[in-house]
Design a protein around this ligand. Sequence first.
Ligand code: B12
Ligand code: SF4
Length: 574
Amino acid sequence: MGTPKIVLTADRTLMSPYRGLSLATFFGCAPALDPHRKKNSFWYKILGNQVTPKILFDFICNYIPHTNGVANYAPYGLRKLEAGLLRDGFSRQDVVVAHPDHIEQFIGPETEVIGTYEMDPLGMGPVTMTFTYGRKQISYDEFYNTELHYRIKAAKAKTGSKAKVISGASGTWQYNYDPEKIEEFGIYAILEGELGGIAPEIDGHAGRFFNYLINGDFDNMDPFRKRSDFKVNIKEFERNGKKIHARFVNFWARPDIDEIPNIVEPSMHGMVEVMRGCGRGCKFCDVTLRSLRYYPPEKVVQEIEVNMKKGGAKSAWIHSDDIFVYGMDPRTAKGMEPNREALEELFTAIMSTGVEHTNPTHGTLAGAIADEKLLPNLSKIIKASPDNLIGVQVGFETGSLRLIEKYADRKLAPYKPEEWHWVVKEGVKTMNENYWIPAFTLIMGLDNDETPEDSWDSIRLISELEQEQPDAMFTATALTFVPIGLLEKSDFFNIGNEMTAAQLGVLYKTWQHNLKYGIKKFMNRTGAKGPRRLFFNAIARSLGGIPLGAMERYARRKSKEHERVIEIIKAKYW
Ligand code: B12
Ligand code: SF4
């Protein structure tokens, strides 16, 4: 292949199977470099500026395979864009989804546009901000996104290519906070939505958008064009006394299901969508801003078949912002009661493809328990068992009834905010009984409105779960608040400077829980007994104990109150 008109790609952190370890897919959020590390420190002598050793990161974040530089798998959203372009008149020779490590071979004088899929380009996502103390360190997401843009820039310079670089997908809002990067990376334009961070759905207009780009229509486009179209917004930023101008293309659309093309090449991790939007309306969430639509089971099956036939997929990762909303008619289901028949039909169709395993990306606890037959029936269909556990990401958010009512009351529907603790406990029990394992996320510093009492509510709720259900299987990850969704005008929660003693307690409690759960799971997996068991136990404890030890040292440095919180947790909530 020569140099096609349109080159699409994503950085290494989004183009890796992470050796098949599902939790490792978030490893890109880990800190790569600490620019402030003191040169005379112990760690500087060992690792220089590196925080997570690059050799370890690059081993776990192994590149996807490629065929002559063409990526064999790509992020699902990028596959949608590719499919939209092919549908809208571009030929296969015109469009390539390039492997990031071979990007140079596709960039030349004939290249018109280079499109990058960016989920966390500057390391400002919630997981990343937690791991890098609020971007005081540089994450691998940012590191490899920067590397990709530098490679693109160098390849353009080498070949004299005038290709326009366009950044798309959910993370592009981050450039508003660090606009110098737009110039540094040589980005022509940023595609962004009109509200709350989430990317505009380009499915129905892929061809038109790229034709505008190729024809130079965005160079001087009238910013007052009619609303249904793309609008160019030349934003002005001031940084260190210098004015920066950058081109943003704003767009918002709600494509009907038949305007959303099916992927034609395999997606990363065998992921396929079954719905868009969620409808529960949590204020801190951006995906709920996409309106609710469901894929019919046949469309889901067609995409899974692409992943199976062309990508050798044996499992289907079902993208749903809340799977238990699938098929629901919000006009009639006032209490968000799940549509069991629609869900059964969906999962029956998914299993009919012959996949060995399937699991949804996200679900809610309230949805899981609102119909007592739902989870048992679904588990039967998808053959869930102790050897086929169903992992799902679930929002725990907070143990505070005040905060849950204020920011996420419909997350609990059909239950009431005062029933939240019961919903959490019942949800974990029901999920576990049916072999589902929730991976909980909590929000630290929600809208900068979290009091110490709210944090203690979270600590107590996790502890009660552990006491009342000692065999419960779940993980809990506390993430810092990032202003997206309806709270986009709020400030970031600055974990590096603003973490209260009680918030440190939440972080400590969640790590401590994961350590206990992780060891238990590991022991069950290895089936180790006797001295081997003791040996593995010691290794797991010392590795898992590293973050706990770091937090204890942090507490000692910080204040007596921080130390006291850790002591209380150890004495009362261990
Ligand atoms: C799957 C997924 C992942 C997978 C990605 C696997 C992979 N390699 O593909 C994993 C688990 C690794 C992951 C990690 C992270 N994720 Co994620 N992830 C998702 C999820 C669930 C689905 C993404 C998806 O495919 N959506 C469906 C497609 C169709 O939508 P889309 O991607 O936006 O694509 C459309 C448009 O953006 C556009 N488009 C796509 N690409 C391009 C490119 C160009 C050039 C153009 C012009 C247009 C364009 O066309 C598509 C069709 O309309 C979303 C939730 C969601 N509802 O989207 C969160 C989501 C994108 N993730 C999010 C975040 C923050 C992260 C992390 C930073 C972790 C965290 N929570 O802090 C990391 C960052 C990873 C990294 N290395 O950069 C947030 C982003 C929020 C925001 N607005 O910033 C989301 C929205 C979840 C949420 N609400 O918190 N994630
Ligand atoms: S339930 Fe989840 S996806 Fe739905 S609005 Fe709330 S946080 Fe967003």
